[in-house]
Each structure stands twice: as C-alpha cells, then as structure tokens.
Design a protein around this ligand. Structure first.
Ligand code: FUL
Length: 514
C-alpha cells in the first residue's frame, strides 16, 4: 500500500514544514462501514490519533513500577495462604529514596502496587482489615501510598497506581458485592492522593483459582474518568495495552491502531455513548505477534488507538528476594531492553522492587546508574541535529533544526510512491544508532523504511525497518560518514517525520545479535 510524498516539480522545501495542531476534532477510534474499500480502511486507520492523555503518556517513554507488599516480607512471588499483616514492618522505609533512584535513572512516572493479588492494601483502606493499618509498621498509623505520592510530588515524577482486580483475601470476591468493594477502594485511591496519571489493572489470575469474579469494568472506568479524567487506564483498560510479554522486548512491527471488538453493541449504540471506547472495550488477548497489520484491520468493525506498554522487572521476580541480589539485570541488559521497548514504539515500564527494610538495594541502584549513564551519554549528541536536509524532488534544502522540534514536523505530499530525505552532516561522524519519530498527532503511517549512508562512491544500506510510530531506534555496525539517506518505502498515508537522529552507542552495548 503506497501513498503520498511530493517528489514532483519545483517545490520549496520550507513549505513542507508543518506545525503540529491539536487535531482535536479527530478521535482515537473509528468505525468501519461494510461498504468501505480496503483503501478506505487503510486511510481510516492512518487517521486515528491518540487521545490527549494517551499522547501525554506516550511522551514519558520510560516509567517505573514498584512492587512492594506482603510478598516482600513472606519472600515469595505468589502466596498460597494469606500472610499475617504482622509480618509487614519495613523499618527503614524511605519513599524519597525510591523516587530519587527512579528519577535519577530517567523514569518520569512511577506506579506503586497499592494492592497486589493477595489483597493486602498499602494504604489504610476503610473497607478491609487486610492493610497496613493492622501491621506493626508505624503502629498501624502508616500509609505507604501517601508517602509514595508525596515523594513523587517532591521530585516531579508522575504518579500511577496498580490495584489488582484479583483479590485472594476479600471474602466477597467471586460475588457481585466484590464489585462494590473494588469501586470503593478505587474511589479512595483516586480521591485522597492528588493527581493520578495511570491506573493499572492486572489481568493476572491463577488458572485453577476456584472463585470466578464477573468484573464490572464499565463501572470501574466510569469512576476513573470522573475522578481522574487525565489518567490512562492500562492493561485491563482501554487506553494502554500490554505489549504481550514480560521480557522487556516489544515487537519490531508495532502498530498503535488495532481492531476493536464491538460486540455485543451495534455501531449505532456505541456511537450514541459518551465514551464509546470505554463502553465497548473488553480486556483481551494481546499476545498475537501482529495486532494491527493489514490482514487484521481489513476484517475489523472498528479501529482504535491502543499503544503498547512493555513491562519488565529488573530482577527475576516482581518482588524483592535477597537470593536474587546477584541476578539483577546488568547495565547491558537494561540498555538492550531500552532499545527494544522505547525504541520499538512502546513505553518501558521497569519494575524496581524495594527490600524488606523498605529501600531499593545497592545492587539495583548500581545497574540503574550504569544504565542511565549509557543512555544519557549516547543521546546527548545528535550528529544529525544541524544536518542540511534535501528531499528528493524538492528544490533547496532546510536545516534539520528548522524541520523538527517544538511541534514542527516534516510532511510528505500526497500522491507519490516513496520519499527520500538526504541528511548532510556538517562533518563526517562515526555513528551506530538511528532514531526516527513520526508525528503521531496526525496518525501512525510509515510501514516500511530503509536508511543508507554515502560511502564516498555510492549509497550503502545501513539498516531497515517497518513501523516507526512515536519512536524507533535502530542499531547497526558503526560507520563514519557525512551523508545519510532515509527512504520511506511505504506508508499508509502521507508520511510525517517529527524527529531524526544519529548517535554513537559504545560498542559493548550494540548487541547486534552476532
Ligand atoms: C502479573 C502478576 O502476577 C505479577 O505478580 C506482576 O504484578 C505482574 C506485573 O503482573 O500478572
């Protein structure tokens, strides 16, 4: 499917610079009519845009998860029996330390597990006796959620909360009364702790668990939309999807726009609702290797913007275990994960679990510090920042700094099959990383691209890829060159580019899989 990009005639390049508009009239979902042709469906998919809270979330790029609770003290990942609150006593708990460490590593939002699957609440919920209130910690006067939120505010880190729908402690679980219990807890968390930017609903439950709960998702979503309208609802919710693994590695081809299942509503019913997506959304399987390819969207009744979040833990387990101190992921592994999550059009959610004292351990801090140093050093200098950019078919050229940044982006012209942009650097540079960004505020479009470099005699291929989205990072064998060509080979609609970069990653972190 080829579209767009002006290659024809005399065209002054500066005219192709566009300014990001809010594009508010467009939505993060679209319905497909039975009469729509394949071309019309593709164009529709290319025009779906993120909601404002989805865009704000995507721009965070790197976020952190904090698993801390009964499992920390029982030294297990999944408790078989309800552990007594008496074991919860983090004597040196210091949420400032957590948030400082996470912020120093580059995380811009942190999600605290307020209640994990065992049902133990890290805040003194009015609705249960299974909480910090019944623990020896601070003589039952403590509130981890409060301390966490205060620390996030202090350090300017956004707040997210994980509230497990599965609850092994609550006696009403498995009956309609549990929905009310869950709604009450959600209301407590979303009312008493200031602005919450992400609400995380885990889909996990033991396969053989005897009680089956029919969750009232729509009621939960209504509460969140009302109390925290700027929050995204992740995983068991309509704003952010699970990437499909817990490895830290996203898909090479990652479309943000994927089919929505309308059943049991008709399109007319869905359209008459204030928040159709919330009404029709049902948590579903996200493990398919391709969620938004042509074959998928062609058969869809509706499409929606549903971006990927890549969650992974820095240790083998989600909770702290002293026995895993020597298995903390290395700097190299974290760097590889960053390139394979942030660099594959998803947001990285990295779990860093505090220990029994209530502190992040020195082992995790060491890896995080090394990781941050590599990432910040690598992206400090973009060799293409001051490049002169010439676009095939256009007269003249423009500075990359005039094309990209502060809401500016390049947009191709309708009607051409392909497009190429040649970046001439002020001087030859050695680089091994390329970065591409599309302006997703108008939609995700690029479906195949290639990057070449000029070796003095001709163009040589450096790397290639499929989707771009918010950000695409590619690593390749280092080259020294002063000219690089981006060829957009295929795009669902007029392609856009809101960022282009060339960087040098130290060779020990390249991991080219050889
Ligand atoms: C899973 C849970 O079972 C793990 O304990 C962890 O919370 C992970 C993020 O999700 O479903």
């Amino acid at each position: 499917m080829k579209k767009s990009v002006a290659l024809i005639g005399a065209f002054v390049l500066s005219l192709s610079i566009s300014y990001a508009s809010k594009a508010q009239e467009r939505k993060n979902y679209v319905f497909i009519n039975p009469s729509d042709t394949k071309e019309e469906i593709i164009a529709k998919a290319a025009r779906v845009i993120p909601s404002s809270q989805q865009y704000a979330w995507q721009s965070l790029e790197f976020t952190a998860f904090v698993h801390f609770g009964m499992n920390t003290f029982a030294d297990v990942e999944w408790a078989k029996v309800k552990a007594s609150p008496k074991i919860f006593d983090p004597k040196k708990l210091d949420c400032d330390q957590w948030v400082r460490v996470l912020k120093d590593a580059g995380a811009r939002l942190a999600i605290l597990v307020a209640k994990h699957e065992d049902g133990f609440c890290l805040w003194p919920s009015k609705y249960t006796k299974y909480s910090v209130k019944y623990s020896p910690w601070k003589n039952g006067k403590g509130d981890v959620v409060r301390e966490f939120v205060n620390a996030c505010h202090k350090y300017g880190v956004k707040v997210g909360l994980y509230l497990s729908p599965w609850d092994q402690a609550e006696p009403t679980y498995g009956t309609p009364a549990y929905n009310k219990y869950f709604e009450n807890q959600l209301t407590e968390l979303l009312t008493n702790y200031g602005r919450i930017s992400e609400v995380w609903f885990d889909g996990g439950i033991a396969r053989d668990y005897p009680k089956k709960q029919v969750y009232d998702w729509q009621a939960y979503y209504r509460i969140i939309r009302k109390l925290q309208p700027n929050a995204v609802i992740a995983i068991g919710g309509p704003d952010v999807r699970w990437v499909g693994t817990e490895s830290g590695y996203g898909r090479e081809t990652e479309w943000d726009v994927i089919p929505i299942n309308l059943a049991p509503l008709t399109q007319a019913e869905a359209m008459s609702m204030a928040h159709p997506l919330d009404e029709v959304f049902k948590p579903h399987d996200m493990m398919d290797p391709d969620l938004g390819g042509l074959d998928k969207i062609e058969k869809a009744k509706g499409l929606f913007w549903y971006p990927a979040e890549t969650d992974v833990t820095i240790r083998p387990g989600w909770f702290y275990h002293a026995s895993e101190d020597t298995s903390v992921k290395s700097v190299g592994k974290l760097v590889d994960i960053y390139f394979s999550s942030v660099g594959r059009n998803s947001v990285l959610l990295l779990n860093v679990p505090p220990d029994k004292d209530g502190l992040i351990s020195k082992y995790d801090i060491k890896s995080l510090e090394g990781f941050h140093e590599v990432i910040s050093e690598t992206f400090r200098r973009n060799f293409a920042a001051n490049a002169e950019v010439a676009i095939a078919g256009d007269k003249g050229s423009a500075r990359a700094s005039a094309l990209f940044g502060r809401g500016k982006y390049w947009k191709g012209k309708e009607g051409a099959d392909s497009s190429s942009l040649v970046f001439s650097l002020p001087s030859p540079e050695k680089f091994d990383v390329a970065m591409l960004q599309e302006n997703i505020l108008v939609g995700q479009r690029i479906s195949r691209f290639r990057i070449d470099y000029w070796d003095g005699k001709g163009w040589e291929k450096l790397t290639e890829g499929t989707t771009v989205g918010f950000k695409r990072l590619l690593r390749f064998k280092p080259v020294t060159a002063d000219r690089v060509r981006l060829v957009i080979e295929d795009s669902r609609l007029t392609p856009t580019l809101s960022g282009f970069g060339l960087y040098e990653l130290p060779p020990e972190y390249l991991n080219l899989g050889e």
